[in-house]
Design a binder for this molecule. Sequence first.
Ligand code: EPU
Length: 298
Amino acid sequence: MAGLRRRLAPDTVVRAGEPMAAHTTLRVGGPAELYVEPASEADLAQVVRFCRDHTVPLLVLGRGSNLLVRDGGVRGVVVCLAHPGFGQIDVEPPRVCCGAGARLKHVAHAARQHGLAGMEFLEGIPGSVGGALRMNAGAMGSWIFEVVETVRVMDDAGRIAERPVTEIAVAYRECSLFRDHLALGAVLKGHPAPRAQIEQRMRAFAEKRWATQPAAPSAGCMFKNPAAIPAGRLIDELGLKGARMGGAMVSLEHGNFLVNTGAATAQDFLELMTLIQERARAERGIELELEVQIVGDD
Ligand code: EPU
């Protein structure tokens, strides 16, 4: 900690033993050995180089909405781009330039404010721009890379580059660039449309979400949709809605959401996920692949 601390500006946050349950929407997970909120890209580069030079594992956290941290916590350094400097949103129609720490909800609202259509679906995704890029997050039949023009990334030497979307390979909930790069931000491109029309689309999306998805703490959909059948419908057909392991429960509203009923542990979620995968395999011959990222130690 001391070695890292002295390389960083005073306004960069460095904490030991930070509980990850406080940084994930599932509200479970043990502590991060070191937790850092860099105050600038320069400090982020210092952290990245420090981890590379000392072979310290580095995990970059978005809003923790697609993440299951095991109960033993995370070894090494966890970085969170929560400093306001990473959360900028600048609109120059038809483009929205946003930092990795910006919330998708705020990006969608900024686009609406300026009469830019195409980003309405981002409103209901409880994530940050960085996390959404990393996962190619999507909802309502769209995914974020459909509106990305360029991304700004950092490699493990702390070097920054701008990449046009045409050079980036993406797939459903997957973008391989971020296996070895960090997202710093993106330029998104919308198209002009009447504000009332944009508002109407956003409202329709929100209504669908409220009607079909639970409000209780969750990590969104746990499993990717297999080609044969949406995971939610499959879990529903298997009669698993309401199934519980400790404090973790399959949502009664949507089968692909596992919710924290209050006192769940990461182990509860892991056991419930395994049960669902085993039933899907045994009864339907379907391999359910995780969408949620699992990190940390048991
Ligand atoms: N269904 C059931 N029972 C259920 C849940 C769903 O029968 O318990 C049926 C629905 O009636 C529908 C079908 O399954 O016919 C698909 O359900 P839904 O429309 O809710 O969409 P989804 O495929 O389950 C996807 C994304 C969500 C996104 C929604 C809305 C995945 C894994 N999930 O869900 O994304 O919010 O569409 O666009 O791709 C996430 O990625 O974390 C996530 C929540």
